[in-house]
Design a protein around this ligand. Structure first.
Ligand code: SF4
Ligand code: SF4
Length: 427
């Protein structure tokens, strides 16, 4: 695509990077067929190609975006399915991340929207605040139908709806201390996952130790920054990224084989720290090192192999691939291979490439589209009559659980059980 950025615009590294992304797009439109919002809404402006045109026009002309442009960019899930489909290698992720930060700087949202976004950004990345908010949400749940009737308050209704009826007790943050013959890894502690499903981390530690790894937690770690990054809150996202780079650099200096992540949404962002901090003279090299060491837990497990199998029932598992794992990190086979090696029968639902509608805070800020995508995903999974659904991202697990009877577990919970750990829900 021809671009017309001025030399002065291109002197800004972010603008230069976006111009390079836009130039790669040959507007073939292959990406439209695999874009969840285009599939649902059928509007070119809700397709990757349409959004690229909107972002090009906004950035190239230095326009203050209007509500119509913001609406179509906000409706993008950042699922990155378009990047998997694109034959020209368009890095849509970097372009939309830049566009969101640009919108945040130049567009004044209605006050209710601003307040809701500020609230989410002030709560979700902090486990203690998130836990307190969930406890409050349980009591406020009867207000959800009222909030749902008032358009600006629909995100509040969505939050109340997503809050679990029962919150697991706070789990102690104990990493394994035994030295591991295979090496030492840091397990990212995360923010939402340990509050909603602490058993995922417990299963991961048991499994990694059984595989021969010493598992550590890094002091000073925070949220990965993905939630604020996807809201265009660049300053906050980079602050989280720098704190994590500092925390993990201290671990790297004492000898580290990998930084492991169990929530693939976080993994995609951490693997991008090198790009996000590339212009920061203090952090660029350290961030690149952190990104190079970041691995999804299934990546490491596939490379190291599973321990011997225990005697467990051969369940029918439907694997839901999170977008951040299959499109963001291009990890598709590893979770399925591991589940099969552990003795499970594994199937993929129809349209496995389409997002379930979770997408970070998407199911809060775009509840109608998210609900349609969630129902569609639940239907295609239920058609396979699973005993259990396996996935690799807490957001997907919460979203799919809303519409499914079958238990929705993290892949590591099944692998832990299959190699000697407690049955999920029992340990
Ligand atoms: S598939 Fe790639 S090159 Fe084609 S329109 Fe979409 S983003 Fe552009
Ligand atoms: S990231 Fe997903 S929702 Fe956004 S344009 Fe690409 S395919 Fe569509």
């Amino acid at each position: 695509m021809q671009t017309d950025f001025t030399p002065a615009q291109l002197a800004d590294p972010q603008m230069a990077a976006s111009a390079a992304v836009i130039r790669k797009c040959v507007h073939c439109g292959f990406c439209t067929a695999t874009c969840p919002t285009y599939v649902l809404l059928g509007d070119e402006l809700d397709s990757p190609r349409g959004r690229i045109y909107l972002m090009k026009d906004m950035l190239e002309n230095g326009r203050i975006p209007g509500p119509d442009v913001v609406k179509h960019i906000d409706r993008c899930l950042s699922c990155l399915s378009c990047m998997t489909t694109c034959p020209s290698g368009v890095n849509y992720m970097h372009l939309v991340d830049h566009a969101r930060a640009y919108i945040e700087r130049h567009y004044r949202r209605p006050w209710a929207e601003r307040a809701m976004r500020a609230l989410v950004a002030a709560i979700l990345p902090y486990p203690a605040r998130f836990r307190a908010a969930l406890a409050l949400a349980r009591r406020a749940r009867p207000l959800a139908p009222f909030f749902a009737r008032v358009k600006p308050l629909r995100p509040a209704a969505a939050m109340l709806h997503l809050a679990p009826a029962h919150l697991p007790p706070k789990a102690a943050l104990n990493a394994g201390t035994a030295p591991g013959p295979r090496g030492r890894v840091v397990l990212m502690q995360g923010c939402a996952e340990p509050v909603l499903r602490p058993e995922i981390r417990a299963a991961t530690i048991r499994l990694l130790e059984r595989c021969g790894y010493q598992v550590s937690f890094a002091a000073g770690e925070t949220c990965c920054g993905a939630l604020t990054h996807h809201m265009g809150k660049e300053h906050a996202a980079l602050h989280f990224a720098r704190r994590n780079v500092d925390a993990w650099t201290r671990e790297i200096e004492t000898g580290l084989d990998a930084i492991l992540i169990t929530a693939s949404g976080c993994g995609t962002t951490i693997k991008d720290y090198g790009f996000m901090l590339r212009e920061d003279p203090v952090y660029a090299a350290k961030a690149a090192k952190v990104s190079a060491l970041a691995k999804d837990v299934c990546e490491l497990l596939e490379a190291s192999g599973l321990p011997a199998r225990a005697d467990i029932p051969a369940l029918n598992v439907v694997y839901h691939p999170p977008c951040s794992l299959q499109h963001g990190q291009k990890i598709t086979a590893a979770p399925q291979n591991l589940l099969r090696a552990a003795g499970f029968a594994v199937r993929l639902p129809a349209d496995a490439h389409l997002c379930c509608g979770s997408a970070g805070t998407y199911n809060i800020f775009q509840p109608e589209i998210a609900a349609q995508l969630g129902a569609r995903k639940a239907e295609s999974i239920a058609a396979l009559r699973p005993d259990v659904v396996a996935t690799g991202n807490i957001g997907c697990a919460v979203q799919i659980s809303q519409a499914m009877q079958a238990p929705v577990l993290h892949v590591v919970e099944l692998l832990d059980w299959a190699t000697g750990g407690p049955a999920p829900g029992a340990g």
